[in-house]
Design a protein around this ligand. Structure first.
Ligand code: TYD
Length: 194
């Protein structure tokens, strides 16, 4: 089973992905819990570029694709082939959202990715209104920054929600308590017949 967590910052994706991995491990399943950008060379370059100066939109998109190709080839595909449960904290839907903001067409990005990246069995869209997200990530203060943050979070959230009609997608309301969110995720998995 291949499960992907997506959503804007502040939705608790990382925490819930970890809890879900532990849940399956307790049941005796083998789990690959991984994230993008990865800890490999391309992912590291991307993470560092957040501090050392952002890449051009083209270079950034190409680097996310290289990172993902390597991730799929070396980790995701082998784990799925041996019957492990694969849980990802971000995947190509984040490229649609975040590189979409930088001017690329989300649908083109999706097609480029689906040419090599397997579609998940379940996409958990961790949803939160932008005000609450700003609150949680502590981005209040400097008004220019907050304005930019607000507009990019709004656009990303819209891209994620535009995927809610996909048969493999489920929107999770992360305004609820963490316990309720976990419950909703487990229910979504229950309903996902693979
Ligand atoms: P994030 O999950 O926030 O990592 P962390 O909390 O560990 O720093 O991801 C880092 C950033 O990378 C996030 O702002 C979204 C961005 N991103 C893209 O722009 N495109 C992508 O394809 C992916 C996977 C992430």
């Amino acid at each position: 089973m291949f499960i992907v967590f997506e959503g804007i910052d502040g939705t608790g994706k990382t925490t819930q992905a970890k809890l879900l991995a532990e849940h399956f491990q307790k049941l005796g399943r083998t789990v690959l819990l991984s994230r993008e950008p990865t800890d490999g060379p391309w992912g590291t370059l991307l993470r560092n570029s957040a501090e050392t100066g952002r890449l051009s939109p083209e270079e950034e998109l190409e680097t996310f694709l290289k990172d993902r190709r390597q991730h799929v080839a070396e980790k995701i595909a082998p784990a799925l082939a041996e019957g492990s449960i694969v849980i990802l904290d971000r995947y190509y839907f984040s490229t649609m959202a975040y590189q979409g903001i930088r001017g690329f067409d989300p649908q083109d990005i999706r097609e480029r990715n689906e040419a090599f990246a397997p579609v998940p069995d379940l996409l958990l869209i961790m949803d939160l209104d932008v005000d609450s997200a700003i609150e949680r990530i502590g981005a209040r203060g400097d008004s220019t920054n907050e304005f930019e943050k607000r507009s990019s979070l709004t656009q990303c959230r819209e891209t994620f929600l535009s995927l809610s009609g996909e048969p493999f997608a489920k929107v999770i309301n992360t305004k609820n308590t963490p316990e309720q969110v976990t419950q909703d995720i487990l229910e979504a998995i229950e309903q996902c017949k693979v």
